[in-house]
Design a protein around this ligand. Structure first.
Ligand code: PLP
Length: 384
């Protein structure tokens, strides 16, 4: 049997067909490979997409976080609260700037940051003689974080909020679109993200004009009036024009793709409901998800065996994320809110992600669901 792709970019490519080739050829012809007209156009389109006045394209989702932290003047002596059950980039960029990441716990249901752990993180930072300055909320697997509760806690402790929406661009929560929450929102266009380019790319969103101007300058070596006027420390953080041209084409079908992802997630959840060994992902009331990942939580079955059994049926799976960051060699000496993060530990032992992209056809979906059900039964009975 043919094996099933975890993410099928080829299906999207064949759907877009010659439009992509034409968009790339246009850049090859005009030759403005860096800061060409497509970059501006993309910025306008993505700003409009989420209804925020300023969007700045950049070289990756990680650089977007770096630029956000640089624009907020994060440095040594500062503590920035970050989730431990997450991709590494937020903690990594905080540490890179000489500041201290303080790890927070997650919510059992949504996998996102637990707003209640913010107070614990602030206390932990203060007891280490650090000044807590901000919190980075990561919208895991496509669902926007509980922004109201996080904003309230951030305000109580005088922290700024940055949203790492690398997985959730296009989602919303209680009518507030991703990109409009917090001081700055960052996203990524890495190939595996819901809106992706053919290489690395990212963007920042902010409602604050002054911050936007600082970020724009920092993207190009801290430039002032012109490129050789260096008014601040920056980086080379630009998005390539070719990637912008690709993103403009993909943005044209993005809403439809999000609808398809939602249909696929709904069929997975309907058909896997009622199992006592598999918990399907929960989208909270008033929230939407971009379904960057469709992530199950296993209950009482051996994950390695379960995955091996899926693989034997030709169904790939992935673990996001196998270890919480505070347990990783590079991060284990940083402070942990409340001294332990039991939910993050539990989640990283129990999660498994199934294939997810907009073009999973019904026959393939049947095969995946069949393999998941039979693997869960086989591994579950052994566990008992
Ligand atoms: C992918 C991702 C990033 C990093 O994006 P890159 O474009 O790969 O640098 C940051 N945060 C989260 C939550 C991500 O999923």
């Amino acid at each position: 049997m043919k094996s099933i792709p975890f993410i099928d970019l080829a299906a999207q490519r064949s759907r877009l067909g010659s439009r992509l080739d034409a968009a790339i050829a246009k850049v090859l012809d005009h030759g403005a490979f860096v800061m060409g007209p497509e970059v501006n156009l993309l910025e306008e389109k993505i700003a409009e997409h989420c209804g925020v006045p300023n969007a700045i394209a950049c070289s990756s989702g990680t650089d977007a976080i770096l630029l956000a932290l640089m624009a907020l003047d994060v440095g040594p002596g500062d503590a920035v609260l970050v989730p431990s059950f997450s991709f590494v980039a937020p903690a990594e960029m905080v540490a890179l700037l000489g500041a201290t990441p303080v790890f927070l716990d997650a919510l059992e249901q949504s996998f996102n940051l637990d707003p209640l752990s913010i107070a614990l993180g602030v206390a932990e930072a203060r007891s280490a003689d650090l000044s807590p300055v901000g919190v980075i909320a990561v919208d895991l697997f496509g669902q926007a974080s509980d922004c109201e509760a996080i904003e309230a806690a951030a305000e109580q402790f005088g922290l700024w909020l940055v949203c790492d929406s690398a997985q959730s661009f296009g989602a919303e929560r209680r009518g507030r679109k991703v990109g409009t929450v917090g001081k700055i929102t960052t996203t990524s266009f890495y190939p595996a993200k819901p809106l992706s380019c053919y290489g690395d790319g990212g963007a920042l969103f902010t409602g604050d004009r002054e911050l936007a101007a600082r970020i724009r300058s920092m993207v190009v070596h801290g430039m002032g009036e012109n490129r050789y006027d260096n008014v601040r420390i920056g980086i080379n953080g630009r998005l390539d024009t070719i990637q912008a041209a690709i993103l403009i084409e993909k943005l044209g079908i993005f809403e439809e793709e999000l609808a398809l992802r939602n249909e696929i997630a709904a069929s997975y959840s309907a058909r896997l409901a009622g199992s006592n060994t598999l918990a399907t992902p929960v989208v909270e009331n008033g929230a939407t998800s971009t379904w960057a990942q469709y992530t199950l939580r296993l209950n009482g079955i051996d994950r390695d065996e379960f995955r091996a059994s899926l693989q034997a049926c030709g169904v790939p799976s992935a673990i996001h994320y196998p270890a919480p960051l505070h347990r990783q060699p590079a991060y284990r000496d940083y402070p942990v809110a409340g001294g332990e993060l039991p939910v993050s530990e539990r989640l990283s032992r129990a999660v498994v992600s199934l294939p997810m992209h907009p073009y999973i056809d019904p026959i393939v979906l049947d095969r995946i669901v069949g393999a998941v059900v039979s693997s869960a039964e086989a591994c579950g009975s052994q566990a008992r």
